[in-house]
Ligand binder design. Structure first.
Ligand SMILES: *[C@@H]1O[C@H](CO)[C@@H](O)[C@H](O)[C@H]1NC(C)=O
Ligand SMILES: *[C@@H]1O[C@H](CO)[C@@H](O)[C@H](O)[C@H]1NC(C)=O
Ligand SMILES: *[C@@H]1O[C@H](CO)[C@@H](O)[C@H](O)[C@H]1NC(C)=O
Ligand SMILES: *[C@@H]1O[C@H](CO)[C@@H](O)[C@H](O)[C@H]1NC(C)=O
Length: 461
């Protein structure tokens, strides 16, 4: 290359041709081994292409001067490996019929793919110049990536690098790790949450088997009016009188129709900002509802109306439609945030409809929680980006996994046809009504009603 300095190159940009040529769109590819490739397709008239690549505004920038097209494209191959969330700024100058054209794009890498592209083709290139500014260099050598400090805050105060694994449980031990996970032990309050379960730590409701965590809702053998005592094991914090020991003769004294489990990491691990991946099979069966979520450490798993970040959920029902005809069965996946305003839910959700029930198999559910955005993915596919509601989640959150039944928000009466549900939300004796109509729902339950979790991983962002 005869022209060795940037200022010299910049002199070349003296004439912008107004007519005729538009730089084709820039192709980007992650290489199998290490590094990546950017290119533009060849067109008759292109004589030279000059690339300047900058990752996350870090210096030095990479420069590459291409003097001939190979196999029909002008390619710059770089050895630097890009990581999740890297912002790659690509600026290029193209010499076309003796005139110079410019184009600039910003690409963001997510899971080895390009998530968003911002095209600044009309903006002029700000190639660095002068001492003290970012120095670009030619013929880039192999570079190793340094630790990029993450925005993630981890409960133990550890500083993490972006992309670092900060929590993992793949349930490969013989038993659930009791120092990581604590059980929520209480009866859900029928008139507050309208969930028709009691959570307990019985092994039949939650156990580890062959590297997988199973959370199994089990129908009670009988449901009568009568006392129900959890005693000292009960973990309720707000209304232990109604959630722990139900005395016979009180209006709500209906034994729980279903026993299930909910576990959390509040005492062992929490984080603010990060990427959580849960590989799981969701429960199938009418009125079952999975909890794969994050909740602020200022609350307990047992707190009523706690804000929640829902990593993913799909209802257990094989068929369920709203009055307006919207499919809200288990083929409809949701993720996002729920906050409460005077007992009413304000939801920030993204969703995706599939041809099959999400409980038919394992899927990888991912929530990437960043300062200004939540990205929701299933099986490496992004199905939503949320920008609203984030200020509600400005503290560390812990992980909750559970399977419940009913729930006034989970199965909202106001959107369902009358009499679809075997009980009414906020009806004081809903649990009894649900139980009495068990012929309608119990046959839809079975082995597939368990939620099975293969692993959970949290990475710093
Ligand atoms: C160009 O394409 C041919 C045939 O596809 C391939 O064998 C060759 O390796 C390519 N050259 C380069 C430099 O990629
Ligand atoms: C399971 O997790 C442990 C530590 O949490 C890790 O050492 C191990 O490699 C993991 N196993 C698999 C198969 O991912
Ligand atoms: C439980 O998890 C903790 C924290 O990750 C770990 O130190 C401990 O060894 C685990 N216990 C068992 C029995 O696997
Ligand atoms: C889910 O993640 C696992 C690795 O943990 C991977 O092997 C599998 O291909 C992923 N599944 C899908 C459908 O993307």
């Amino acid at each position: 290359m005869s022209c060795k300095t940037l200022s010299c190159l910049l002199l070349l940009i003296s004439s912008y041709a107004i007519l005729g040529f538009k730089i084709p769109s820039i192709d980007f590819e992650m290489l199998e081994e290490q590094g990546f490739e950017v290119s533009i397709p060849d067109e008759p008239g292109i004589q030279r292409v000059f690339y300047m690549l900058q990752v996350d505004d870090t210096c030095p920038a990479l420069m590459d001067y291409i003097t001939e097209a190979v196999n029909g494209s002008w390619v710059s191959r770089q050895k630097m490996s890009l990581q999740n969330n890297d912002k790659l700024q690509i600026s290029l100058l193209v010499q076309f019929n003796e005139e110079i054209f410019e184009k600039s794009e910003t690409k963001v890498i997510l899971n080895k793919r390009l998530l968003t592209t911002r095209d600044f083709s009309s903006r002029s290139i700000s190639f660095p110049s002068g001492e003290g500014e970012c120095q670009a260099f030619l013929a880039p050598q192999q570079q190793t990536k340094r630790c990029k400090p993450a925005q993630t805050i981890v409960s133990n105060g550890r500083r993490a690098c972006q992309g670092e694994l900060i929590f993992e449980d793949n349930f490969s031990e013989a038993q659930l790790n009791k120092s990581t996970w604590k059980h929520d032990i209480r009866q859900r309050m029928y008139h507050v949450e309208e969930e028709l379960v009691a959570f307990d730590d019985a092994v039949r409701n939650s156990f580890v088997k062959e590297g997988e965590l199973h959370i199994v809702p089990i129908v009670a053998s009988e449901v009568t009016e009568g006392s129900f005592k959890l005693g000292d094991r009960c973990t309720a914090v707000e209304s232990p009188d109604q959630e722990c020991n139900i005395a016979q003769g009180s209006f709500y004294s209906i034994k729980p129709p279903v026993f299930s489990a909910q576990i959390h990491t509040r005492d062992s691990f929490s984080f603010k900002f990060g990427k959580i991946v849960v590989r799981a099979k969701l429960p199938k069966g009418d009125w079952l509802f999975p909890y794969l979520m994050l909740q602020p450490v200022s609350t307990y798993a047992e707190t009523h109306y706690a804000k929640q970040l829902r990593i993913a959920y799909a209802r257990g029902n094989a068929f369920l439609r709203t009055k307006k005809g919207e499919d809200i069965s288990g083929s409809h996946l949701y993720g996002g945030g729920v906050v409460w305003h005077h007992g009413n839910a304000v939801q920030f959700l993204k969703d995706k409809v599939s041809k099959t029930h999400y409980g038919d198999g394992f899927h990888n559910y991912t929530m990437i929680w960043q300062r200004d955005k939540i990205t929701l993915m299933v099986d490496e596919e992004v199905y939503g980006e949320l920008y609203d509601g984030l200020p509600f989640f400005n503290e560390k959150c812990f992980i909750i996994f559970g399977v419940t039944v009913g729930g006034f928000l989970n199965f909202d009466d106001s959107i369902l046809e009358k009499d679809v549900k075997p009980y009414k939300n906020r009806e004081p004796r809903a649990a009894l009504s649900f139980w009495q109509h068990r012929d309608a729902w119990a046959p839809t339950w079975g082995r597939q009603s368990a939620m099975i979790i293969d692993y959970v991983r949290v990475y710093a962002e």
